[in-house]
Design a protein around this ligand. Structure first.
Ligand SMILES: Cc1ncc(COP(=O)(O)O)c(C=O)c1O
Length: 387
């Protein structure tokens, strides 16, 4: 059976060039970067070179980049690390949004249990945060603003530069989860006034299990991990040299083809969107029509017009070889509608009847035609028209 992967937002396959770059560091160049002998120094040099590459791509200094295990750890470190430090200055309030990834939302919920006040800002119908709402939420106790760069479910891109400027004006730290943005959008931490930035390799054809946090020089975070003095004392535990080398290689490749890939994917997205809207009059497209990642198309089936079980749709598509994602998550046996779609004003049933196509480097127009055919078959089988 033909199998088509349209879930590049969840993760991407490893680029073979990245695999080749990593290989020697699994095999012969395996030293512990903290060792002072040749083996160790070889690994350390590779890590520092990788740090320089990643720093360059976000406009940072190498010393401001700290390697961690994932995007999740990076978000946790930024938010918990800042929250614990800012208390020393009497700051106990964080501003974030309702559309963040769980790595941010759950971290904030956890801090709320420990006396930190959290404001979860609303977004507009396209999933965009209004910088004025950020400004109005600021109190004398606010120590951190955390707003994601680009949303992983609907692709909407937030006005990061404006929010960064507001944070700077008010002397508040600004964190952004740029997991979905790195390799797709040009990022310059200085131009955008970003103090803390979270990224991960597996969304840009790099390995899983490696991420990074940018920490602006002079910004103090409480450590999450205590132990050795690795990463200039900011993140204990032996660095994974092969994963770090892979992350840098993946960043370099993504950056080299960023503009052309953006345009190619935007054309594919337009094609997919026009096919869907011509065929199904009862769909709603989620996400900003322009200010959005070019590889994500999120579609809801309007519950007032047609009854479709999003989970059944995904599973039926998968049985036919097409991998997409639903706008809902299965938690403890029950299907929960996407918090992002609810925040954008979708009703519960429509949010549950939502699917996300996310395209990547290997996606072709033939793949989309194949997926559209399967979609048609599945909808004919499981959709129940209300009108
Ligand atoms: C926006 C966003 N933040 C954070 C994460 C978590 O990254 P990781 O899987 O590396 O922990 C993801 C992954 O899906 C994401 O999309």
């Amino acid at each position: 059976m033909r199998r088509i992967y349209l879930d590049y937002t969840a993760t991407t396959p490893l680029d073979p060039q990245v695999f080749e770059a990593m290989k020697p560091y699994f095999l012969e160049k395996f030293g512990n970067p903290s060792s002072i002998h040749k083996f160790g120094q070889e690994a350390k040099a590779a890590i520092e070179e990788s740090r320089t590459i990643i720093a360059k791509h976000i406009g940072a200094q190498p010393a401001e980049v700290v390697f961690v295990s994932s995007g999740t750890e990076s978000d946790n470190y930024a938010i918990k690390g800042a929250a614990l430090k800012m208390r020393e200055a009497g700051k106990t309030h964080i501003i974030t949004t309702k559309i963040e990834h769980q790595a941010v939302l759950e971290t904030c919920d956890n801090l709320a249990e420990h006396g930190v006040t959290i404001t979860f800002l609303n977004v507009d119908k396209d999933g965009i945060v209004d910088p004025e709402n950020v400004r109005q939420a600021i109190t004398p106790k606010t120590g951190l603003i955390s707003v994601m760069f680009a949303n992983n479910e609907v692709g909407s891109i937030n006005p990061i530069s404006e929010i960064g400027a507001i944070a700077k004006e008010n002397k508040i730290l600004f964190h952004t989860d740029a997991v979905q943005a790195l390799g797709k959008i040009k990022i310059d931490v200085n131009e955008l006034n970003i103090d803390l930035l979270s990224v991960t390799a597996h969304k840009l054809y790099g390995p899983k299990g490696i991420g990074a946090i940018y920490v602006r020089k002079g910004v103090e975070l409480e450590k999450l991990l205590h132990g050795g003095g690795q990463e200039r004392g900011k993140r204990a535990s032996t660095e994974s040299t092969p994963l770090i080398v892979g992350f840098a290689k993946a960043t370099e490749i993504a950056s080299n083809i960023m503009e052309q890939e953006w345009v190619r994917l935007a054309d594919l997205k337009l094609y997919l969107k026009s096919k869907i809207e011509n065929k199904y009059p009862f769909v709603i497209f989620n996400g900003h029509p322009k200010q959005s990642l070019s590889n994500i198309l999120n579609v809801s089936f309007d519950s007032s017009r047609i009854n479709i079980d999003g989970e059944a749709l995904i599973l039926s598509m998968d049985l036919e070889g097409v991998a997409i994602t639903s706008g809902s998550a299965c938690t403890s046996g029950s299907v929960k509608p996407s918090h992002v779609l609810l925040a954008m004003g979708r009703d519960v049933e429509t949010a549950k009847a939502s699917i996300r196509f996310s395209m990547g480097r290997s996606t072709t127009i033939e793949d989309l035609d194949y997926a559209l055919n399967i979609l048609e078959k599945v909808i004919a089988r499981i959709g129940k028209r209300n009108k």
